[in-house]
Design a protein around this ligand. Structure first.
Ligand SMILES: Cc1ncc(COP(=O)(O)O)c(C=O)c1O
Length: 478
């Protein structure tokens, strides 16, 4: 490749280069192919690679501390820096042995779709800016709507992830039910609900005293009796119960709240039912998921993160509303400088349905990867996640000293070591140092637990067995 520094032998070339920010076609190809090579190496060699590393701030901050250069630098050298110092000092959440938190098992086609969306720099905020992109987003959202069994009135949009999806849905709920007057309105969800819900409520103006966090039952689900009692007590106190948030796959254990009963209760009470399916809702594509998520078609709104169990690269979440017009009612504002974009009634402006005006073309990666691999591959990939967690549970049960705290469900199993007094955080740290695999810890009803989240379709049963072997060794050594 003719690198930038080699080009800069005359003053005029430097001026030209720095003014235009351009590469020649050959330079673009050489640079682009090198980037592709890096990605192929990463994707092709994951099973043989460590899971990455968490860098010490005292080490990594100085290593990366350098002001931007006034003059052009060799882009290859810059890629070398990334390859040497940056990517190895991150955890590889797409790694087949990354079982911590919620993994991000993305796929290569999705990554290439991102390169296209970014390279074409598609503006996906208005029909005028990106008509085909908006049409394709509508199409993909309609697929997701269909998977979840929601009616034809339903629709939504892509957002950065579950946090923004939850917030977007709650803004629509607040507008539809409360006309944005939040005084005395109360919200209900279990203590297993993801923190993004509390944050969303805080951001959109609810006070902590308006939130009822109900202790979950033995299966970590929202208990109906306690919920009913809480709603009744609030009504008796003159408050305005307005929304229930159901989990369709909690982050901790994969628990699914009783959607059918919740929808009946909400209908009877005139309340909104939002389901946080950021983690679990995509599992509806598989037979196992469909069984576990029965009643998902009854919710008023739903978050679903393709960047979790639909194997897309970050950032790819989505929000679906049973009545998509409620999103528009909550979000649409028409300033005079956008008057040219609002012309045809059939033209849909994604920006009218959410918080972002300038939006990237997130639908592209879902469209491209679902089409390229086919739905059967996705169904099998999701089903594999269920089976891996069940296999992990069996492996743990077969070893003395390990106790299952929450059996495998929706690709998650939680457990603890009781063979001897041991710090589970020390086991997590030992796993991180070992870098073969990674699990994280949590607390379940006050008890510290380790946790496997096994949604990566590339994980093998042997890798689960080897990970359990290492956990067993570290539990005895720590
Ligand atoms: C159930 C649930 N809801 C919401 C979120 C937040 O999603 P995001 O990190 O994409 O904003 C997560 C993240 O793990 C989650 O598991």
């Amino acid at each position: 490749m003719v690198v930038a520094e080699q080009l800069l032998d005359t003053e005029s070339e430097l001026t030209k280069l720095s003014k235009n920010l351009e590469l020649t076609p050959d330079e673009m190809r050489t640079f682009g192919y090198r980037v592709i090579d890096m990605l192929v190496e990463r994707h092709a060699n994951m099973h043989q690679s460590p899971i990455g590393a968490k860098a010490d701030p005292q080490h990594i901050r100085p290593l990366l501390a350098s002001p931007p250069s006034d003059l052009a630098r060799d882009p290859h050298q810059l890629l070398d820096i990334l390859q040497r110092d940056v990517f190895p000092n991150t955890l590889n959440v797409s790694h087949p042995r990354f079982f911590a938190f919620v993994p991000g098992p993305s796929n290569f086609i999705s990554a290439m779709a991102d390169a296209l969306a970014s390279g074409f720099n598609v503006f996906n905020g208005s029909w005028m800016g990106g008509s085909a992109a908006a049409a394709l987003e509508l199409e993909v959202m309609d697929w997701l709507r269909g998977f979840c069994g929601l009616p034809a009135t339903a629709g939504g949009l892509f957002v950065s992830g579950g946090s923004v999806a939850n917030m977007t849905a709650l803004v629509a709920a607040r507008h539809a039910i409360l006309d944005d007057h939040t005084q005395g309105a109360t919200i209900y969800y279990s203590d297993q609900t993801h923190s993004s819900v509390e944050r969303a409520l805080r951001v959109i103006g609810f006070q902590p005293e308006q939130i009822r966090q109900i202790p979950s039952d033995q299966q970590y689900r929202l208990p109906m009796d306690a919920l009913r009692a809480s709603i009744a007590a609030d009504r008796a106190a003159g408050l305005r119960p307005f929304c229930v948030i159901a989990n369709t796959g909690t982050t901790n254990t994969g628990a699914v709240d009783p959607l059918v009963e919740l929808s009946e209760l909400c209908r009877a009470e005139g309340m909104w039912l939002h389901a946080d399916g950021a983690y679990g809702a995509a599992a509806i594509l598989s037979d196992r998921g469909r069984q576990a998520l029965s009643g998902l078609d009854r919710v008023d709104s739903l978050s679903l993160d393709p960047h979790k169990w639909l194997f897309q690269s970050f950032e790819c979440g989505c929000v679906l509303l049973r009545d998509v017009t409620l999103l528009k009612k909550a979000f649409q504002i028409m300033p005079e400088y956008l008057r040219d974009v609002h012309r045809g009634v059939d033209e849909v402006h994604p920006a009218d349905y959410g918080i972002q005006l300038t939006r990237s073309f997130r639908a592209l990666k879902v469209w491209l990867s679902l089409q390229a691999f086919g739905l059967d591959a996705f169904r099998a990939a999701i089903a594999h996640g269920f089976e891996l967690a069940e296999f992990a549970e069996r492996e743990l049960r077969s070893r003395p000293g390990w106790e299952i705290l929450s059996p495998a469900q929706m690709g998650i199993v939680c457990f603890q070591y009781t063979g001897r007094e041991v710090s589970h955080s020390a086991i997590v740290d030992a796993m991180l140092r070992d870098a073969y695999a990674f699990v994280s810890s949590t607390k379940l009803h006050g008890v510290t637990a380790l946790r496997f989240c096994t949604i990566n379709p590339r994980t093998t049963f042997d890798e689960i067995r080897e990970t359990v072997d290492r956990l067993d060794r570290f539990a005895k050594e720590c």
